[in-house]
Write a protein that binds this ligand. Structure first.
Ligand SMILES: [Zn+2]
Length: 372
């Protein structure tokens, strides 16, 4: 969670606020306290406008958070871990660790967000009616505004442009019908890009007509477009790796080096003459970790003479090895999720090699894009 402030944990999920979100908070509070409320309710005090404005902004924030928590809770119920939730300028993002593996789980995870926003809209609608019945104007005003905001959150997210929630719902349906997740993602992302372009064009037209809110629409469209093309790339990688296993990517020629060997020895004896890329680090008997040329290269050269390999190795203690038969894409997903640059591959209990992130990404790029 770069450039964001950690708020704490809800349901065990770290919650963060991106700094851009504070812009929204200030803008919403400002427009509520100086325009929206004073225009509609003439006889409140200044403190009243600002107080209700701030409270409304905070509840707006809580509504977005609840929307993301709804996605997260359903994802977790399907066994998909959620790494974090971050709120930023366009709303919130639940950082779900991997794609759902069934259309039904995708559908339920996606629909949970808009459903919770709709439920919140209903709840605030009731608050509005309650406030009116009790003659509490501020309560009614707050309820009415938040009911509207949550309703628009639900409706906007239901726009069928992947990766918006509605796009995910659309993808899950195409996926269920066609049985092909990659094709479903392509369709959904294409629709997402069309909608994004429409938003950008529509926003542009608004701006030309002097309505600056068009800038906002165009901005969201641009954001949606880049997210959609990113998911197409991801499909590319997935298709390229399809049918391959961890064993296919395991470099088997990894030499064993003693854990006390300094880096410059490894470079001089193995990397320079043979171009070796990976090494098992042993304590003389068994492998306790591994190191790659890529990791060595990150250490400044003047330190190679007195840095033993064990100091920079990836220790196997904390690392769950992958089984030789595991799908290559699943291995790549795991490496990216856990931030690992290499993983040991085992067959039974026998260590057969190392799979390196570098070589997987290179392969996916070479095979995946016709330009390369
Ligand atoms: Zn959502």
């Amino acid at each position: 969670m770069k450039s964001s402030l950690r708020l704490g944990k809800v349901l065990g999920i770290p919650i963060g606020i991106n700094y851009t979100w504070f812009i929204i908070f200030v803008m919403v509070t400002l427009s509520l306290a100086t325009a929206y409320f004073p225009n509609r309710y003439a006889d409140w005090s200044q403190a009243g406008y600002w107080g209700v404005g701030m409270l409304t902004s905070l509840l707006f924030f809580a509504s977005v958070l609840l929307h993301e928590l709804a996605h997260s809770a359903v994802a977790r119920a399907w066994g998909i871990p959620v790494r974090s939730i971050t709120l930023f300028i366009f709303g919130g993002v639940a950082n779900i660790s991997r794609e759902p593996d069934r259309p039904l789980s995708e559908f339920l995870i996606a629909i949970a967000g808009p459903a919770s926003s709709l439920a919140l809209a209903l709840g605030f609608g009731l608050l509005w009616l309650g406030g009116q019945a009790l003659n509490l104007e501020a309560l009614a005003a707050l309820g009415l505004y938040l009911a509207g905001i949550n309703l628009s959150l639900a409706l906007f997210n239901l726009v069928p442009g992947f990766p918006l929630d509605g796009g995910r719902v659309f993808r899950s349906i195409v996926w269920a019908v066609s049985g092909n997740m990659n094709r479903a993602t392509r369709w959904a992302a294409t629709l997402g890009r069309i909608i994004a372009v429409l938003m950008i064009v529509g926003g542009g037209i608004l701006v030309v007509r002097g309505d600056w809110s068009g800038l906002w629409l165009a901005f969201i469209g641009w954001f949606l477009e880049s997210a959609a093309s990113q998911s197409v790339q991801q499909v590319h990688v997935r298709e390229t790796l399809e049918g391959y296993t961890a064993a296919d990517f395991a470099s088997r020629g990894c030499q064993a080096v003693d854990h006390n060997m300094p880096l410059d020895w490894v470079v001089r004896d193995y990397v320079m003459p043979h171009g070796d890329q990976c090494f098992f680090v042993t304590d003389g008997q068994q492998a306790e970790g591994a190191v790659t040329w890529g990791q060595i290269r990150q250490v400044p050269r003047q330190r190679w003479g007195w840095t033993p390999v064990r100091q920079i190795m990836t220790s196997f203690n904390s690392l769950k090895p992958v089984a030789a038969g595991e799908g290559a894409y699943a291995v790549l997903e795991r490496m990216l999720t856990e931030g690992q640059s290499l993983l040991p591959v085992i067959e039974g209990s026998h260590l057969i090699g190392l799979v390196r992130l570098e070589s997987m990404l290179q392969f996916a790029q070479v095979r995946g894009s016709p330009k390369a």
